[in-house]
Design a protein around this ligand. Structure first.
Ligand SMILES: [Zn+2]
Ligand SMILES: [Zn+2]
Length: 280
């Protein structure tokens, strides 16, 4: 919070007016924890921005095949990681590798061994700006759960570097203290649903519902459209649709000036008479 205040005092002031549970991860009571698909829905939103001009049926079809592809690929990827001997998701493994490196720089002091209470001191960094803090860590070695005053362990379900230092101090494997949510099995079960293959339209059951007709104004006029752009509500002007084409000479519909029989008269009895090469 102090960093935010330094970078942007107005932003910090605005945040002060809102409860911590509204904008921090560690105070939200675990509401947003364990939601594994938010990133997927965000990225699919991004995909739709590219194709929102397509007809609905094309978007639905694209969603189906794309999602199916993602599920198949990710399940395969999880199985590959599992075969390589990983027990946690890529995300958790990366965090643990980083915090494991950090934890070797911490000093652990036992406060109450039976209650699993420890004090962890972080060493000052070379730049002198970071480190030099003290954290209270509680680890239950029976339930393999813990908490730290830095709030990271509680917030993400993966031991922070301080808790890791404690776990290693007791010669235990920090990987066993990670929430089961990050197990490769849990990740696999997110993607194990299979989609049913779509049969050809000829095999679909007969549709017996309402018939929906598009609005008349959005129907395409006869002939080649003058613009390639897909019309939207801005294209619906108050102008009535154009009537049939009329001849520019006699103003009658049904033909144009090249085929105009002309005003009825002896000198203009029609193209067939004036020009016998017409081959009519
Ligand atoms: Zn911590
Ligand atoms: Zn005419």
């Amino acid at each position: 919070m102090q960093n935010i205040r330094q970078i942007c005092p107005e932003g910090a002031q605005w945040l002060d007016q809102h409860d911590l549970e509204m904008w921090t991860f560690h105070k939200d009571g675990g509401h947003r924890w364990g939601i594994a698909i938010t990133n997927s829905s965000e990225s699919i939103n991004n995909v739709y921005r590219e194709c929102r001009a397509l007809p609905i049926s094309a978007i639905v079809e694209m969603t189906f095949w794309k999602t199916n592809g993602w599920f198949v690929n990710r399940l395969h990827w999880c199985e590959k990681r599992e075969a390589q001997g990983n027990i946690h998701s890529d995300y958790a493994t990366k965090i643990m590798e980083k915090d494991n490196r950090k934890s070797s720089r911490h000093t652990v002091t036992v406060m109450n061994r039976n209650a699993g209470e420890y004090s962890v001191e972080t060493r000052h960094w070379e730049d002198g700006r970071r480190g030099g803090h003290r954290h209270e860590v509680t680890v239950n070695f029976r339930t393999k759960k813990g908490a730290c005053s830095c709030q990271k362990y509680q917030g993400r379900g993966i031991p922070c570097s301080h808790a890791m230092a404690v776990i290693k101090h007791r010669s235990k494997d920090p990987r066993h203290f990670v929430s089961s949510f990050f197990n490769i099995d849990s990740q696999k079960s997110s993607y194990c649903t299979s989609f049913r293959a779509l049969p050809d339209e000829a095999y679909w059951p007969v549709y017996e519902g309402m018939v929906i007709i598009p609005p008349i104004g959005l129907r395409q006029e006869t002939g080649r459209p003058r613009v390639k752009r897909i019309p939207n509500e801005m294209d619906q002007s108050g102008r009535p649709p154009r009537g049939p084409r009329r001849c520019s000479i006699c103003k009658l519909p049904g033909h144009d000036k090249r085929k105009c029989p002309g005003p009825i008269g002896p000198q203009n009895a029609g193209p067939d008479v004036v020009n016998p090469d017409n081959g009519a």
